[in-house]
Design a protein around this ligand. Structure first.
Ligand code: PLP
Length: 465
């Protein structure tokens, strides 16, 4: 049964032209980019699915908020409007705006942990892990085992493995474990949600051991929507109530507002009861971000964020957004193309290893598929696999990732049904000639975070030239 496309709950009143280059032009552009999609110019991309972060379309309400932004250095009106919105939604009295998610991590983590200490998460996002490490501590993942098999369709594949969490706390010792982080939705596991039940269990464990619990809340609204759909207790609850319930189980949160709050730049930090910690957060914010009432943002950004927080929780909007991804997933089911199932909240993670079984991990199937999607249809995606993972820092040998995914991250309120049809058609057409898709070797790489800058070369003969 084909999945029906949920109609957009908005109409379009401003457009940004995009164009598709000819196949020959695309071949030339990707060769000039050394087969690394980060090196492409945005204007040479037809459908840009590199990330859902900061790429959403703001509403007419948000754009009019931009005009009303109060740019006072201290105590601006837009600041108070944002604080009120965040307090109402999350139920925390202490809220600090910052310029993006990683800024909240930088401001907070050094106050909580240091060398020799540990933070445990259902799965750390890259920057979150990096800021744990920058604070001198070790970051340990502890995701539910079903997350590790792309074919298993479990409702809450983003959950923490609670037995594993208890074991880790006992192993490291409760005084060494300084923070537990719940990433909702679980980005690195494919945008998979966390259940309220799991939040409650993790919260109880944290309380028992006296460890603070932090939510990495970038996709809090998508997570609440999945809870409503999949957790019987909440089938009739408004999204706002589910959000309140989830946050009631934690002590603090960091948030990239570039995701579910549908702004192009922004972040938040919230603290539930530790006022002394909040005072220290304000001190760090002034040093790193700017005065506390703007936190590295313009007044107009604060205004758009205050509005976006509410819009991101609108149930019609969420039905449409998750529906888009399910529509694409349905087409891939019909075509026998595997992905991290069920479909996640912010995109679809295609199992490139299953699609390109002849390409070994050290020739980067996820990257090979990403390059092919650009060649085929001008679509820009990215590798979430061995190419991104890189080399063992000690031996210099290529590491093998747990998955070889190509990620289709879907910007919010940007693309329409015809674009989704093109995504599915491109994948199906690549599947038909999969055997001719080449693997890649690295011609040059920087020492760290190489996937942003590396230069690649196709192995052997290029297909379809
Ligand atoms: C994007 C993201 C971050 C970092 O936020 P930025 O706004 O990109 O700095 C942290 N955690 C998660 C789960 C994210 O998705």
């Amino acid at each position: 049964m084909p999945v029906r496309y949920v109609p957009e709950p908005f109409r379009i009143k401003m457009v940004e032209p995009i164009r598709v280059l000819s196949r020959d032009e695309r071949e030339e552009k990707i060769r000039e980019a050394d087969y690394n999609l980060f090196n492409l110019k945005g204007e040479d991309v037809f459908i840009d699915l590199l990330t859902d972060s900061g790429t959403g379309a703001m509403s007419d309400e948000q754009w009019s908020g931009i005009m009303k932004g109060d740019e006072a250095y201290a105590g601006g009106r837009s600041y108070f409007r944002l604080i009120q919105a965040a307090k109402d939604i999350f139920g925390y009295p202490f809220i600090q705006p910052v310029h993006q998610g990683r800024a909240a991590e930088k401001v907070l983590f050094s106050l909580l942990m240091g060398p020799g200490q540990v933070a445990i998460s259902n799965m750390f996002f890259d920057t979150t892990r990096a800021h744990v490490n920058i604070a001198g501590a070790k970051a340990v993942d502890c995701v539910a085992p079903e997350a590790l098999d792309p074919a298993v369709r479990a409702p809450f594949k983003g959950n923490m493995d609670t037995a594993g969490l208890e074991r880790l706390i006992r192993e490291y010792g409760r005084e060494k474990v300084r923070l537990v982080v719940m990433t909702i939705t679980n980005n690195s596991a494919g945008g998979q949600p966390v259940s309220v039940r799991n939040m409650r269990e993790v919260s109880a464990i944290c309380r028992r051991f006296g460890i603070p619990l932090c939510i990495d809340a970038a996709r809090f609204a998508e997570n609440a929507f999945f809870v409503k759909q999949r957790e019987a207790e909440f089938a009739n609850s408004p999204i706002r109530d589910i959000v309140k319930e989830i946050f009631s189980h934690a002590d603090m949160f960091t948030m990239s507002a570039k995701k579910d709050a549908i702004v192009n730049m922004g972040g938040l930090l919230g603290i539930k009861s530790d006022e002394e910690l909040y005072q220290r957060v304000k001190g760090n914010t002034i040093s790193y971000e700017g005065f506390t009432t703007y936190g590295g943002l313009s007044g107009r950004d604060l205004e758009a964020l205050a509005i976006g927080l509410h819009e991101g929780m609108d149930e019609q909007y969420l039905t449409y957004r998750i529906g888009q991804i399910e529509y694409l997933a349905g087409k891939l089911d019909d075509a026998g193309i595997a992905y991290q199932a069920p479909a996640g909240g912010h995109g679809l993670f295609i199992d490139a290893q299953a699609l390109l079984p002849h390409i070994p991990y050290h020739q980067f199937p996820g990257q090979a598929l990403a390059v092919e999607l650009y060649r085929e249809a001008g679509i820009r995606t990215c590798d979430i696999g061995s190419f991104m993972l890189g080399n063992d820092p000690e031996t210099g040998m290529q590491l093998q990732a747990q998955f070889e995914f190509t990620r289709f991250a879907i910007p919010r309120r940007v693309y329409t049904q015809a674009h989704f049809d093109i995504m599915a058609e491109a994948l199906i057409s690549i599947k038909e000639r999969a055997g001719a898709v080449p693997g890649y070797r690295i011609a040059w790489e920087p020492p760290i975070l190489r996937h942003f800058q590396a230069r690649l070369e196709p192995m052997g003969r290029q297909p379809g030239l």
